[in-house]
Ligand binder design. Sequence first.
Ligand code: HEM
Length: 82
Amino acid sequence: MITNGTDLPCYTKAQLALRNGQDKPAIWVAYRGLIYDVSMSRLWKNGMHYEHWAGQDLTEELTDAPHSSSVFQRFEVVGKLL
Ligand code: HEM
């Protein structure tokens, strides 16, 4: 079995892109190498959050947000971004 040290599964950008809120029910967002499942958030409905789309690495975009990365605390980390 392949392990990555933390037992989190790894996903490619293409796999992440399928969880953009349009193609599958799951809505995922990557931040600093980790992928968060934000499917339960009413603020990420259909994968859209204030001009930002899920299914991508939004690390750089967080600098435009009026909040810090603490918003991710209540969401489960589902994997690592390759
Ligand atoms: C112009 C850009 C953005 C605006 C205006 C915005 C606005 C907001 C607001 C008003 C909230 C709820 C209140 C709060 O927690 O402060 C929120 C929550 C959140 N934001 Fe943003 N945001 C922006 C960009 C981003 C980006 C780029 C990300 C991802 C890197 C992000 C991730 C989140 C998450 C995960 C939550 C928590 C949702 C929840 O608890 O249901 N936001 N955002």
